[in-house]
Write a protein that binds this ligand. Structure first.
Ligand code: NAP
Length: 289
């Protein structure tokens, strides 16, 4: 190792997720032993998008292993907006359901925002309802989106200090970029939120002590965009020539970043873990401590 080179800690998201899921399993078991019913997550799938089917399978398995119930509601891709919203409203009114997850993306021409608005915000375990988004903006407690929570967990578990540091987030989606920027701000980081119109993205990234890449653009962030010692979280999941790659040039980041999440086995396992966390949180609020 020479000059700017340093040992980069490659984050093992699977190991971290396993540890957190075991803690959640124990908490669920303790609640059930005290006489509560197990937390219940209702999953709504519209159509048969193969990627969605695979994500849902992973979520169902994770729920079962944590001792939670997962109930799937499948609608055909031809379902109307009114049918999907009626199902979400019915699950919102169902006292046996703690959390509702509508698997995105929805088939065209369904309007996902309107479906999410039809949901009881107290059951919105994806943290996407405008009321939960607003509560995050206002610094009020509420359900937060899962991937941003997972990113904060990774940084916290690796001892990355956020107080006063410059955090750069690439991507401004409601699902990842905006909420993670707000969570970083809440932890007193100085946050720059970048997007496709940002001028000289490379220069902005080079200023980052903490860099979160959530653009969905393969290998966008080059090794020499990374300030030596920066903590780098690569959220991107892209498939190039049959291979999964992130938004960060992984090999270029090695030896520069202090910690680095790989595209596969990095943030992904934490996202599902935070879904379990949110379902338990919603259950706790509904059934009492
Ligand atoms: P999205 O809704 O498509 O948003 C992408 C954002 O990145 C947009 O704000 C876009 O800017 C910005 N962007 C795109 N290309 C850019 C470029 N060349 N330079 C700067 N900014 C650029 O995506 P998303 O849902 O946030 O997801 C982002 C990535 O994370 C995807 O690869 C997705 O698969 C992955 N993801 C992973 C997990 C996980 O658990 N591992 C969870 C969620 C998402 P504009 O707003 O200007 O268009």
């Amino acid at each position: 190792m020479s000059g700017n080179e340093r040992a980069t800690v490659v984050v093992d998201g699977m190991a971290l997720a396993k540890e957190l899921r075991e803690q959640l399993r124990q908490e669920v078991a303790a609640r059930v032993a005290r006489g509560h019913r197990p937390p219940c997550l209702a999953v709504v799938l519209v159509g048969d998008n193969p990627a969605s089917l695979s994500y849902i399978k992973g979520k169902r398995r994770a729920c079962e292993r944590a001792g939670m119930r997962s109930v799937e509601h499948d609608l055909p891709a031809t379902a109307s907006q009114a049918e999907v919203e009626a199902l979400v409203a019915q699950l919102s009114a169902d006292a046996a359901v703690d959390g509702i997850l509508v698997q995105l993306p929805l088939p065209k021409p369904l309007d996902a925002a309107s479906v999410i608005e039809a949901m009881d915000p107290a059951k919105d375990v994806d943290g996407l309802h405008p009321q939960n988004a607003g509560r995050l903006l206002a610094g009020l407690p509420g359900l937060r989106p899962c991937t941003p929570l997972g990113i904060l967990e990774v940084l916290g578990r690796h001892g990355v200090s956020l107080e006063g540091v410059h955090a750069v987030v690439v991507g401004r989606s409601n699902l990842v970029g905006k909420p993670v920027a707000l969570l970083l701000l809440e932890r007193n980081a100085t946050v720059t939120l970048c997007h496709s119109r940002t001028r000289d993205l490379a220069a902005v990234c080079r200023e980052a002590d903490v860099l979160v890449a959530a653009a969905g653009s393969p290998l966008l962030v080059k090794g020499d965009w990374i300030k030596p010692g920066a903590a780098v979280v690569d959220v991107g999941v892209n498939v190039v020539e049959g291979q999964q790659v992130g938004d960060v040039d992984f090999d270029g980041a090695l030896g520069r970043a202090s910690i680095l999440t790989p595209s596969r086995g990095g943030v992904g396992p934490l996202t599902i873990t935070m879904l379990l966390h949110n379902t338990l949180m919603a259950h706790r609020r509904r059934t009492g401590a």
